[in-house]
Ligand binder design. Sequence first.
Ligand SMILES: [Zn+2]
Length: 229
Amino acid sequence: MTKPAQVMVVTPHPDDAELGAAGTVARWISEGKDVIYVVCTNGDKGTSDTNIKSEELARIREQEQLAAAKVLGVREVIFLGYPDQTLEDTPEFRKEIVRLIRMYQPETVVTVDPYRRYIWHRDHRITSQVTLDAIFPYARDLFAYPDLLEEGLQPHKVKEVLLWGSEDSNYRSNITETFDIKIAALRCHKSQVSSAPELEGWMRERAKMMAEGEDYELAEAFHQVEIWR
Ligand SMILES: [Zn+2]
């Protein structure tokens, strides 16, 4: 029997979750919540360095993601291993997410917003569309997957979804105390973020803008969908 986790983060590529939600993840963990990560692709196309091979990059990015998760205190990281830029809305992918939701029974699922207009990474769009479909109705409904039921994976109702990268945010999370941990986790993704000091300044400016009007300094912004109260 898998130990349940209150929060499941579903990320398209290694590093997306740190950019979008690591401050909030770190705060939840400091409050005693269990968080697990599901990383959909191996990020093997995320470079402009002609000296590196795709397989090597995938290995590096897995290690970077594990390091970042360790900094945050994430309990477990599950790699689905799809090649970068190949995600499709398939029954197989949907079922993989349903299986994990039923195994870990999260109250909250965090992923990227699929509904950004015009230019949006296809892997991001597909990851969150599939995740939202998996949450409702597939993870919830008894007979959606008779074989999962036979395996003992009962239906599960996710209570809430938080989407980062939204053009339509309606929920702010105070990350003032955990901003430094977010930056430390982001810096683990050495192949993606430069070690330049601008990173921290740029992220701080963004977090300040997201906290505008609040009585705290730094925030991450999400679109929140409450499904069950
Ligand atoms: Zn990405």
